[in-house]
Design a protein around this ligand. Structure first.
Ligand SMILES: O=C(CO)COP(=O)(O)O
Length: 138
């Protein structure tokens, strides 16, 4: 599966803790991330992470472009609900596209735990049969 990891600055430590806790699961999958998140995760875990631009420079939109091609199967996005983000429209657009393409997305650790356990028990395998032939791949 292709998994995206994103965290706002105040949540990056939480995400790293989470990835370390579930590293045996994450290492079985392909990881993508916004720039700084990906750097922090790969430094902390040694996992191979494909890094896009930093969020404020378009990283959320690059991940959104993957969603629009139905190339992402799971998104872990630890948002900071207490800090205004200059690129809030990009964040909203990514959440909207995830709903359009029915991509499971966790915005906090509680939901992320449930999704990772579901992933490890093959409950997300329906994603594998949900790939587009092109065009409207919903
Ligand atoms: O801002 C972000 C998501 O909206 C995250 O970007 P970074 O991983 O580059 O900090």
């Amino acid at each position: 599966m292709n998994i995206a990891l994103i965290a706002h600055d105040q949540k990056k430590d939480d995400l790293i803790e989470f990835v370390i806790a579930y590293q045996p699961i994450f290492k079985e999958h392909s990881l993508y991330a916004t720039g700084t998140t990906g750097k922090r995760v790969s430094e902390a875990t040694g996992l191979d992470v494909h890094r896009f631009q930093s969020g404020p420079l378009g990283g959320d939109q690059q991940i959104g472009a993957m969603v629009a091609q139905n190339l992402l199967d799971l998104i872990i996005f630890f948002r900071d609900p207490l800090t205004a983000q200059p690129h809030e429209p990009d964040v909203s657009a990514l959440l909207r596209l995830s709903d359009v393409y029915k991509v499971p997305l966790a915005t906090n650790m509680g939901t992320a735990e449930v999704l990772l356990r579901g992933l490890s028990e093959n409950h997300l395998d329906w994603r594998l049969g949900n790939k587009p032939g092109g065009g409207d791949g919903r």
